[in-house]
Design a protein around this ligand. Structure first.
Ligand code: HEC
Length: 136
């Protein structure tokens, strides 16, 4: 009985291992995809918010740029965008070098400039062309 249990758990282990290896291969194409760039509006802060959501900045810096758990508050940090975003930072900030659409850095700066003022765009569906403009 014990032998049978061992065989069964080994089989499961191999199956899980195979699944794990398969998952790594399935993820490979992500490295070669180009970012989904949407037709921009004329509003740089709106486009910055769009980029912020598209590149999952909110997962570390929070939905409004200053309520994140992993990343620091970005209030007053617009000037750091051009350095930190493409290159990343050693303390856990990933590099976005290959994920940036045209004007993303300037747009992110414009958006981050508004953080904490209460006038920043806060829409979530970044993929919709022209999502709700902020009421300012
Ligand atoms: C995996 C979590 C994570 C993600 C995703 C992330 N960041 Fe960061 N970010 C950090 C951490 C942690 C730091 C602080 C790193 C350090 O100081 O070494 C940081 C630092 C920064 C800074 C510099 C702040 C300062 O004090 O000068 C800026 C600007 C910034 N992030 C913007 C962004 C933007 C814009 C995005 C999306 C394109 C983004 N981050 C995505 C974790 C993240």
């Amino acid at each position: 009985m014990r032998i049978l249990q061992n065989i069964v758990s080994t089989a499961w282990g191999l199956l899980l291992l195979a699944g794990g290896v398969g998952a790594v291969h399935a993820a490979d194409p992500i490295l070669t995809t180009t970012p989904t760039c949407v037709t921009p509006t004329n509003d740089m802060a709106v486009e910055g918010r769009r980029a912020y959501m598209r590149m999952n900045c909110y997962s570390c810096h929070g939905s409004n740029g200053h309520n994140g758990i992993m990343g620091p508050s970005l209030v007053g940090k617009a000037g750091s965008v051009k350095g930190a975003v493409p290159a990343g930072r050693s303390g856990g900030m990933p590099s976005y070098k290959n994920k940036l659409c045209a004007n993303d850095l300037a747009n992110l700066s414009a958006y981050i400039q508004l953080l904490g003022t209460g006038t920043e765009p806060d829409f979530v569906n970044w993929w919709e062309p022209g999502p709700g403009l902020p009421s300012r």
